[in-house]
Ligand binder design. Structure first.
Ligand code: DLL
Length: 436
């Protein structure tokens, strides 16, 4: 079902006109409310009046994760704190997270956009829908939650954790829809099989999967093991959270809520815009956001755009699957992890030498993170060659990493000199998950 026919089936010219009008307004808004943007625009000799149509977007500066970090925590917030009603946070490249404040109107836009996604997934008021993304600073849980409520289906805020209990809820409550990471969906299927719960015992019919890259093969596996239709859901905290784009029944790219989030594809090296169909880095401008509006935010996600008509009747542009990243961010169990975060934690621990490796794997459909680090010679010679203290150090490192990353890693402390030294660029990360 199409939730908002006006916005989801609008003619292309009309949409571009609306986007142009909104762009002018948002540039004016940030010019007057965010010194960071005012300075940037002044340096480039641009005033809000130079932005009259959506084509003028190329005149605007880009915004990067580094800009968010440099202006931590509130430097890019445009609305006064009294207007902020919710705050979320996502991983930064080092210790500092990215803080995103939302006004009441932002939350309304978010749940409207999320409702469009759910309606496209076939969810109706008659459904019971389990939200198994984490509730908290991560946008997944609360973001999907309010969409389900706005649509009028019954939300079950399962969150993450206890998989067996979740499966009992799925069977006992006759849950028909689910939102979680695609890898968790497979873990759920596997646990169900172990518990002896059959596909015919459950009523799941549609799933909203995202927060991490996944493939057509994973889709087929999830669909056949859980007996539902698996849809892609994409989003990022800086722009809003889950709701930025969604698949329809055609499952041929994800429609972007482009009346609120204007997409561009650029070459990540030259920063020049690329034509539709070409793969490059996805960039978003928030057209209506009040709390923390962003101009040309570089997502680092690599994909392509398609504005040809879709058989579902929606006219909003579609993005292809995310094929990779133009930076080194890892997504582990749906949580964003930068190798630099791991490094800064290790270097803050006196016993750790600056030699480490990160190994990511997928065991029973759940991601694992292993951090191998060398102990410094001076601590090693003071008796760390017996097993016990190494274990204590491993625990200490694991707990320090957990508090920063929100993931429990496996830590392996290694003897001095045991991690290979390489000339030139060290390959710190080995990702064995093979998500192709
Ligand atoms: O992951 C928001 C979200 C929650 C989306 C639930 C979908 C479902 P962040 O933690 O800020 O926000 O991470 C954003 O995750 O830039 C992508 O690299 C990746 N990502 C999100 N959805 C998808 C997807 C949430 N469907 C980052 N496919 C983004 C591939 C995805 N990657």
């Amino acid at each position: 079902m199409i939730w908002n026919t006006n916005k989801e089936t609008m003619g292309r010219d009309e949409m571009r006109a609306l986007q142009g009008k909104r762009l002018h307004k948002i540039v004016k808004y940030v010019y007057h409310n965010v010194p960071f943007y005012r300075n940037k625009l002044q340096e480039m000799d641009i005033t809000p009046d130079d932005i009259q149509s959506i084509d003028d977007i190329v005149k605007l500066p880009f915004t990067t994760k580094q800009d968010l970090r440099d202006n931590y925590p509130f430097g890019l917030q445009a609305a006064p704190q009294s207007e902020i009603v919710r705050t979320h946070a996502s991983s930064g490249t080092t210790g500092k997270p990215t803080i995103v404040g939302y006004t009441r109107k932002d939350l309304e836009v978010w749940s409207e956009c999320m409702t469009r996604c759910l309606a496209a997934y076939g969810v109706t008021r008659d459904d019971t829908f389990s939200v198994a993304y984490g509730y908290g600073l991560f946008t997944g849980g609360l973001g999907v939650h309010y969409g389900v409520e706005n649509l009028g289906a019954a939300v079950v805020p399962t969150s993450t954790g206890n998989t067996e209990k979740h499966i009992r809820l799925i069977t006992d409550l006759g849950i028909t829809g689910i939102a979680c990471t695609p890898s968790y969906a497979l873990h759920l299927a596997e646990t169900m099989e172990k518990m002896g719960v059959k596909k015919s015992d459950i009523k799941l019919k549609s799933g909203a999967f995202g927060a991490e890259p996944w493939t057509e093969n994973m889709r087929h596996e999830i669909e056949s093991r859980l007996g539902l239709k698996a849809y892609n859901l994409y989003g990022l905290s800086e722009i809003m959270g889950p709701c930025v784009s969604y698949e329809c029944d055609c499952q041929n790219g994800s429609h972007i809520n482009e009346d609120h989030f204007f997409p561009e594809i650029i070459d990540p090296v030259t920063l020049q815009p690329l034509p539709n169909g070409e793969t490059g880095e996805l960039v978003f401008t928030t057209l209506t956001k009040e709390g923390m509006p962003l101009l040309r935010y570089r997502t680092r996600d690599l994909c392509s755009l398609d504005s040809t008509p879709c058989a579902c009747g929606r006219t909003n542009v579609r993005m292809g699957r995310v094929l990779g990243r133009s930076d080194d961010m890892l997504i582990i169990r749906g949580i964003n992890v930068f190798p630099s975060q791991v490094e800064s934690v290790l270097l803050s621990i006196a016993e750790c030498a600056p030699y480490y490796r990160i190994v990511v794997d997928r065991v029973n459909n759940l991601d694992t993170l292993t951090v191998q680090v060398e102990i410094r010679q001076e601590f090693f010679s003071q008796g760390f060659d017996t097993l016990h203290p190494i274990t204590a150090l491993e625990k200490k490192v694991a707990s320090a990493l957990k508090s920063v990353l929100s993931i429990s890693p496996i830590v392996q402390v290694k003897q001095p000199g045991s991690i290979e030294r390489v000339d030139g660029k060290t390959k710190v990360v080995t990702d064995l998950r093979n998500i192709k």
